[in-house]
Design a protein around this ligand. Structure first.
Ligand code: G3H
Length: 540
């Protein structure tokens, strides 16, 4: 590849249907059911997709718009609105019957679906996600909402009956926790955020939602839908720097649930600010360094293909990406050219171009940071195996395959979250086991092999180390009905369609003596419909 800057389009080369979205100077934010106007400073939103000047060939940044750089006082008003709507558990929303809460979410889903095209286009321009994956992110989020509705109905049906144990009559239902602060990551700014936001709302919590650092404008088309579909104060949306906004919210002690997808350092800093940490429930998706472990019995060709897909989908910017590859030293000579060939086959292009696989990176300075990791690995004896690997122009980098990677290199432990594929040779599988058990991370891993007798014992060892073991397949979150979790610095809590409903609620029970009088009292209340909690209705 000669000059990657040629891959960036000139303004005239961008097809009309994917044109730069109209500049959006967003001043409004959502608090207490109103779209308020922010009169202060705005933060610019810069696209990772740069435009090439036809004459000079220089790359220029594209500013897509701006969002409110809210201060702590404004953020605190959003929190006050959520606290008021919750009203110590007595508010309209936390006491609303489940079916009615579902109706609000269904209305939101319908309004959101109408914004698909706008949101998908912003996903491409704001974070560089390719057209197919951007559309997939939107559709997967809608499916997640539908599945959550189904799961909540199912949960409510299961909870609608009474149980009797040791002469005690009981009825258990899950109830909300309070005010949730929800923050998502830039790589899935819609999907991952909504996988906490929607279950939090559906369980009756009220929410303050702060969009991700990048992928922030794409929430704007949904603000009106949030305002129109939920009662005032149930969902509030704020913008601004984390330390000035969410830091202030945490210090009040009024946040009951922190749902955060980001770094473990960020999560710890926020948790520490809460004056009564024991009252704070945290639902966290954090850093990961998922290993691919190629065994001597692996099908090398099939493994190489799957590993590159797992390492480089969305430029390696997935928490679940394969971020370090262990290969038997004796297999390296066979494996490396295959890995390199799969990397070379990836199409570097702009997000809307057909077949685009490697696209511009949204974090400012990211290509330079990746280059520094490569330089460090080279200084300690690694080489870039694939031709042109690690070359970059502006925000676009050709993925680099690095070998041999050793413990002296930063890439060995550090999560790159970008287009680098470090390969570590090993002589004995105990070296890999050591790596996994001593790693700070514990999200997932992938084992590649064909001999069950070799794989089985490893499964048993790794089952106590990570949240998911993938056999001959890349690490991933889906299907969304499977538990998504991690150990150590990788996660707190478990998310899936069903688990998320549990994370944002707590079981509460009403118990009565199973005596004649106790039963008569409860039966009377149920029959006269004196209590919604005790109702035995089947939710259709
Ligand atoms: O960034 C982390 C995502 O949860 C990964 O989801 O495996 O479906 O890409 P995915």
């Amino acid at each position: 590849m000669s000059d990657l800057s040629q891959l960036f389009p000139t303004a005239a080369q961008v097809a009309a249907e994917f044109a730069v979205p109209d500049y959006l100077a967003q001043r409004h934010y959502l608090v207490g059911g109103e779209l308020r106007q922010w009169q202060g400073e705005l933060a610019p939103v810069i696209s990772p997709v740069q435009l090439r000047d036809e004459q000079s060939g220089e790359l220029a940044a594209v500013t897509l718009g701006a969002t409110p750089l809210m201060d702590s006082a404004a953020a605190l008003q959003a929190l006050d609105a959520a606290v008021a709507a919750y009203d110590l558990g007595r508010g309209h929303w936390p006491t609303l019957p489940v079916l009615e809460r579902i109706r609000h979410v269904e209305a939101f889903l319908q309004a959101m679906s109408a914004k698909r095209e706008q949101v998908v286009r912003l996903l491409m321009w704001e974070i560089g996600k390719n057209a197919t994956d951007a559309a997939k992110e939107f559709d997967r989020t809608c499916d997640y909402i539908r599945d959550t509705i189904k799961a909540l109905k199912q949960q409510d049906r299961a909870d609608s009956h009474f149980i009797e144990e040791q002469q005690v009559l009981g009825k258990i239902r899950r109830v909300p926790l309070g005010v949730a602060l929800c923050m998502g990551p830039f790589n899935y700014p819609l999907n991952e955020t909504f996988t906490t936001l929607i279950p939090a709302l559906m369980m009756g919590n009220t929410v303050v939602f702060k969009p991700a650092k990048y992928g922030v404008l794409l929430i704007e088309p949904l603000l009106q839908a949030f305002r129109d579909c939920f009662p005032p104060g149930v969902i509030n949306v704020i913008y601004g720097r984390g330390r000035e906004t969410v830091g202030a919210l945490m210090e009040t002690g009024k946040v009951d649930v922190l749902a955060f997808i980001g770094t473990n350092k960020g999560a710890s800093d926020l948790k520490r600010l809460h004056p009564k940490p024991h009252r704070l429930k945290a639902v966290l998706g954090l850093d990961a360094k998922n290993p691919a472990i190629v065994l001597p019995c692996a099908d090398v060709a099939a493994s190489a293909k799957e590993i590159i897909a797992g390492a480089l989908a969305f430029n390696g910017q997935r928490c679940t990406a394969l971020k370090i590859i262990f290969v038997p030293r004796s297999k390296a000579a066979e494996m490396l050219p295959l890995l390199a060939a799969h990397i070379d086959a990836l199409k570097l292009a702009m997000p809307w171009q057909p077949g685009a696989q490697i696209t511009p990176l949204p974090e400012p300075g990211k290509t330079e940071a990746m280059a520094a990791l490569i330089a460090d690995a080279k200084a300690h004896g690694a080489e870039v195996v694939n031709a042109g690997g690690g070359s970059y122009a502006g925000s676009l980098m050709k993925p680099a395959l690095l070998y041999p990677v050793t413990p002296q290199m930063r890439l060995y432990q550090q999560e790159q979250f970008g287009p680098l594929v470090p390969v570590v040779p090993y002589d004995d599988v105990s070296e890999v086991i050591d790596y996994v058990i001593h790693s700070d991370f514990g999200q997932q891993l992938s084992i590649f092999g064909t001999d069950g007798a070799a794989i089985g014992p490893l499964v048993d060892i790794f089952a106590n180390q990570v949240g998911r073991i993938n056999l001959n397949s890349q690490c991933q979150r889906s299907p969304d009905s499977f538990p998504f979790t991690g150990r150590k610095d990788s996660a707190e809590g478990t998310l899936s369609v069903q688990d998320a409903l549990h994370q944002f609620s707590i079981p509460t029970l009403v118990a009565a003596k199973g005596s004649e009088a106790g039963i008569a009292l409860v039966r009377g209340m149920v029959q006269a419909r004196h209590s919604a909690f005790l109702a035995t209705d089947f939710l259709f």
